[in-house]
Design a protein around this ligand. Structure first.
Ligand code: UDP
Length: 372
């Protein structure tokens, strides 16, 4: 009989779903016949009430990022997290326990910070002995909520994240530094850049910039594009607006106004292909996007980030010199010009090769196999 792997996530942003999918595809890639895998959006499936709050994430990070930052730091406190968990329990614990009993997984893998204490309790309540792995998808600084010492293994992306996990009480022997799980398709490249560009009706040899802002399409993308047009950059653009419908509509309407070729996408499952067509990425500091971009050899310009949650990612990009940071559209365009200089461009690519861990999802899959 196939062993069952159950992944727990919540659709706050796009990163957690992507991380779970990345591990699922890595498991399939290594051992397709061996495992039955399923994903559960914990709040959506187990608590209509708590899901209302999970759903607030997208509008809050879009319209009130400062408020998100305040909440992030306010909750960075053991007592407050404990109270929050106690308040949530009546709305979710029973359902989560029932789900675990029904599905009978051989192992549970969580990729979300807000479900780990609850899941450890639910496993205990279910009366079953089920190994529980947490894969932390904040690669540098992380929130205390991620840490539940009861887990069997806690996987982090960088030595800095390991230090943070230790500080919050994770046991040393349960910690492994592996990397951010990104989908195998981000490094199983089968097409050359120039060929790939033709498919999307782009000029095969023109410097190509990818603009994106995570699953929600956050950041000042429109202003940056206007500034590029003003500066007459010799480039072409691929824009992924994600779930930001108004940006997508606005850009599609304005495409002819700009002097460069531009292709605009809404939420797409082709991010890996669009990255393969690009030379450089301008993005919000989402951990998934940064790891994917590095796997595809794209220098990074960060133009927005969530206070608290994504500040560590910004520091990482600067410290490792795999990209630059600016919120100001004028400066962003200056940085593009500087990066287009071949010496600078190749230095960035060398650094990316040094720090990127594109095979992390495969290594995580092997860790999962070792428990079941
Ligand atoms: N993504 C996608 N399609 C889109 C936009 C984003 O598949 O149209 C994926 C992207 O490849 C990445 C994830 O969504 O894997 C975004 O995760 P990240 O951690 O960068 O940011 P978040 O959205 O979680 O804030």
């Amino acid at each position: 009989m196939k062993k069952k792997i159950l992944y727990l996530f919540s659709d706050t942003g796009g990163g957690h779903r992507s991380a779970a999918n990345a591990i699922i595809n890595a498991v399939d890639h290594l051992h397709k016949a061996g495992y039955e895998q399923s994903m559960v959006d914990v709040f959506a499936e187990c608590s209509g009430f708590l899901n209302v709050f999970a759903k607030l994430y997208a509008p809050v990070i879009k319209y009130y990022p400062q408020m998100w930052g305040q909440l992030y730091y306010w909750l960075d406190d053991e007592k407050k997290l404990e109270t929050l968990e106690q308040m949530s329990r009546p709305f979710i614990l029973e359902e989560l326990t029932r789900l675990i009993k029904e599905r009978e997984p051989d192992i549970i893998v969580s990729v979300h910070p807000m479900v780990n204490h609850l899941t450890a309790t639910a496993i205990e309540k279910s009366g079953k002995k089920i190994p529980f792995i947490v894969v932390i998808t904040d690669p540098v600084t992380l929130h205390r909520a991620w840490i539940t010492p009861e887990v069997d293994l806690c996987i982090v992306a960088t030595p800095q994240a390991r230090e943070a996990a230790l500080k919050y009480g994770m046991l040393e022997e349960k910690l492994k530094v592996i990397g951010m799980p990104i989908d195998p398709k981000f490094f199983l490249k089968d097409k050359e850049k120039q060929e790939a560009r033709k498919k999307d009706h782009l000029k095969p040899k023109l410097f190509t910039i990818l603009l994106m802002g995570g699953g929600e399409g956050a950041g000042k993308m429109y202003e940056i594009i206007e500034q590029m047009d003003k500066e007459k950059l010799k480039v072409q653009l691929i824009v992924i607006a994600g779930r930001n419908k108004s940006l997508e509509t606005r850009l599609k309407g304005a495409a002819k106004k700009f002097r460069f070729p531009m292709r605009v996408f809404g939420f797409t499952d082709q991010v890996h292909e669009l990255m393969a067509e690009s030379d450089l990425i301008i993005t919000k500091a989402g951990p998934g996007t940064i790891a994917e971009a590095m796997a595809m050899g794209l220098p990074i310009i960060i133009t927005s980030w969530l206070p608290g949650q994504e500040e560590g990612n910004v520091e990482f990009v600067v410290r490792e010199n795999v990209g630059r940071v600016s919120r100001d559209p004028e400066r962003v365009v200056e940085i593009v010009k500087e990066m287009q200089e071949p010496a600078e461009f190749h230095k960035l690519l060398d650094n990316i090769r040094r720090v990127s861990r594109p095979q992390a999802a495969m290594e995580i899959a092997r860790e999962i196999f070792s428990f079941i």
